[in-house]
Write a protein that binds this ligand. Structure first.
Ligand SMILES: Nc1ncnc2c1ncn2[C@@H]1O[C@H](COP(=O)(O)OP(=O)(O)OP(=O)(O)O)[C@@H](O)[C@H]1O
Length: 241
């Protein structure tokens, strides 16, 4: 099987967040958000620390239940995966982390190692297959988490700050991986602080600030004709609240 074989040609269901809000002990952390993500786009969720980006991702992926509103797939719920800033890896080798995930997914035993090795090679980890996953560097762990997600053939991939702790070479490796997912037909939803990364990757941009969705639109419009004062300030590199 060609690893870049596109996923099913069936369109990925749109994801609709309808008045989705989240409160903790009565304090609103995310004010009601309406957002619709469609097609095979790469959406970058941007905004300052504490803006509510991770909350939005967890709610969209179904890891958190909203306090108000609902998260709805308009059609068949797609296969989804999520990659975190600090990946959750098992206390076993890089290879075994992948074969374990394949076992859980019901992949026949004899296919597991070849598939896992193919994924390790794709993400530049072939030489590290026997190394305990937890001693890998931050960038290597991130690539291992991406390899694990790759094997799940997600139609939608959520990435929460996957590059924020990485050096430029490791950031490039993650961005190349994101492009590979995208080329394979996966919708990408990714949080980032980095405007240059958004310019490199995004089809559309969601700007969050202070627990609110400020703006959502095509990347080109966001950068050339931002609609809100917050977006204009954010693009100029000014602090927004
Ligand atoms: N489960 C939770 N319980 C209580 N407070 C939470 C919870 N999750 C997030 N928060 C708070 O909600 C706010 C938004 O957090 P969130 O992690 O979504 O921000 P963010 O935009 O991803 O920030 P960063 O860029 O720093 O990761 C923060 O003030 C955070 O402390």
């Amino acid at each position: 099987m060609n690893e870049l074989t596109r996923l099913d040609a069936t369109p990925i269901s749109p994801l609709a967040l309808e008045g989705v809000g989240f409160s903790h002990r009565g304090q609103p952390l995310l004010h009601p958000v309406d957002l619709r993500l469609t097609g095979c786009h790469c959406t970058l969720v941007m905004g300052p620390n504490g803006a509510g980006k991770s909350l939005l991702m967890r709610l969209a992926h179904g890891l958190l239940a909203p306090t108000t509103g609902r998260v709805r797939w308009e059609g068949r719920p797609p296969r989804q995966a999520m990659v975190f800033q600090r990946p959750v890896l098992l206390r076993r080798s890089a290879l075994a982390n992948l074969t374990y995930a394949l076992a859980i997914a019901g992949t026949p035993r004899r296919q597991r190692k070849p598939l896992a090795r193919e994924a390790l090679a794709r993400f530049g980890l072939a030489a590290l297959e026997a190394r305990p996953a937890r001693v890998l560097s931050g960038g290597e762990q991130q690539r291992l988490a991406l390899a694990r997600a790759w094997l799940a053939r997600p139609e939608v991939l959520f990435l929460d700050e996957p590059t924020s702790a990485l050096d430029p070479a490791a950031i490039k490796a993650v961005e190349d991986a994101v492009r590979d997912f995208h080329r394979r037909g996966t919708r990408i939803v990714m949080t980032s602080h980095d405007l240059n990364q958004a310019r490199r990757l995004a089809d559309d941009i969601v700007l969050m600030a202070d627990g609110r969705l400020i703006e959502h639109g095509p990347s080109e419009t966001f950068f050339t004709a931002p609609a809100s004062p917050e977006a204009r300030a954010f693009i100029r590199g000014e602090l927004i609240w």
